[in-house]
Ligand binder design. Structure first.
Ligand code: OSB
Ligand code: MG
Length: 373
């Protein structure tokens, strides 16, 4: 298929509830929606970079820059028949996985639509609903946390992830565990600790946690291996896994027992599939992480999470937990009987972007044709 036209829509939306992690508080979230047009079809995907270089070095501005000046010129006007045709054209650009993922994933959606199949079929997915949980930010008070956990448990979420940081770890985790003795509970530190805190993580072994996510430095693999050797609770890597190479390094030195797969963090679905297969072979469990996506990125994530080695609940909550109004339809609701979200069945990612809403939240727009390259 010849890539005839590519559009970038930079939007910004307020979150329903501010989201505080160890790296900062988010009140609004930007996104770049990428649309790839060919033969009357449009493939969609989302660049999930935030406004600040906090979770990763990428921002909505670097995403825009890398897409506009390097990635889009590399594919506009080109013929693509497989996603690999796109990734091959990105080889000269180091880093910037979120920018790459946005364009590559839009091409996956386009190719799936051209074949008339749901994206999950192209990925070899094996389920039609995905077990999910909710990620709860750091709260001002312990009571506030307990109220928030209870609210989501009452809504039907059966896995709770709590954000932690030094000073907000053992006590809040212990209190939540006391009130919910059997719920699937886990902690995400977003790199806020060092090996000097190992004793805190050893104590977490008494709390029956599903896993401890990214306790140490955002680029570290070696110290995580040292920590995993000292604790029974599985360590899960998020920030540190940027590519299949990082996954191999982590697996080879036993730095983790679990990998949080965020397709944007690893540069697109092709790398996600490669890491998925590597982890499956090594007995490393996976689950699908989230970046507070709009309905576009959330749909991509749901399809990805149907692959066989996604065996733990995903950070894919219902749409209304993030935004008052989503930019795509249908929106996603929780199946309360089993804490799952149903994967869309239409071609590609299976959601329809609502252009009137995109225009309402849009702060910047640019279109590219072969004449611009
Ligand atoms: O570390 O998993 C994370 C959100 C933004 C950036 C990083 C993370 C998160 C979440 C929320 O935990 C996941 C979601 O519900 O989208
Ligand atoms: Mg995380």
């Amino acid at each position: 298929m010849k890539i005839e036209r590519i559009e970038m829509h930079h939007i910004t939306q307020n979150l329903v509830h501010p989201f505080r992690t160890s790296f900062g508080t988010q009140v609004a979230r930007p996104a770049i929606l990428v649309a790839v047009h060919s033969e009357g079809l449009t493939g969609w995907a989302e660049c999930v970079a935030h406004s600040a270089p906090s979770y990763s070095y990428e921002t909505v501005e670097t995403g825009w820059h890398i897409l506009r000046d390097f990635l889009i010129p590399a594919v506009i006007g080109q013929n693509v028949s497989t996603p690999a045709d796109v990734t091959a054209r990105f080889a000269g650009v180091r880093g910037h996985p979120m920018a790459k993922a946005a364009l590559e994933n839009a091409v996956w959606d386009l190719l799936a639509k051209a074949q008339g199949v749901p994206l999950r079929q192209m990925l070899g997915g094996v389920r039609d609903r995905v077990e999910v949980g909710v990620s709860i930010g750091i709260q001002p008070t312990l009571q506030g946390l307990l109220d928030r956990v209870n609210k989501f448990v009452d809504l039907g979420y059966r896995r709770i992830k709590m954000k932690i940081e030094p000073g907000w770890e053992l006590e809040p985790l212990t209190e939540v565990r006391k009130q919910h003795p059997t719920i699937k509970l886990m902690a995400d530190a977003n790199s806020a600790f060092t090996l000097a805190h190992a004793q805190i993580f050893r104590q977490m072994d008494d709390l029956n946690l599903l896993m401890i996510e990214q306790p140490l430095h955002y680029d570290d693999i070696a110290d995580h291996a040292k920590l995993q050797a000292q604790v029974n609770t599985p360590i899960c890597l998020d920030e540190s896994i940027h590519s299949p190479l990082h996954a191999r390094w982590a697996i080879e030195i036993n730095a983790c027992k679990v990998i949080n797969m965020k397709v944007a963090r690893v540069g697109g679905l092709s790398n996600a599939v490669e890491i998925h297969n590597m982890a499956a072979d090594a007995g490393i469990k996976m689950w699908c992480g989230g970046m507070l996506e709009t309905g576009v990125g959330r749909a991509t994530n749901l399809h990805l999470a149907t692959m066989p080695n996604f065996v733990l609940p995903a950070d894919i909550s219902a749409s209304d937990r993030y935004y008052a109004e989503d930019v795509a339809e249908p929106t996603f609701a929780l199946n309360t009987e089993d804490s799952t979200i149903t994967v869309p069945t239409g071609p590609g990612i299976g959601v329809e972007v609502q252009m009137d809403r995109v225009e309402k939240y849009r702060v910047r727009h640019q279109a590219f044709t072969p004449a611009d390259a």
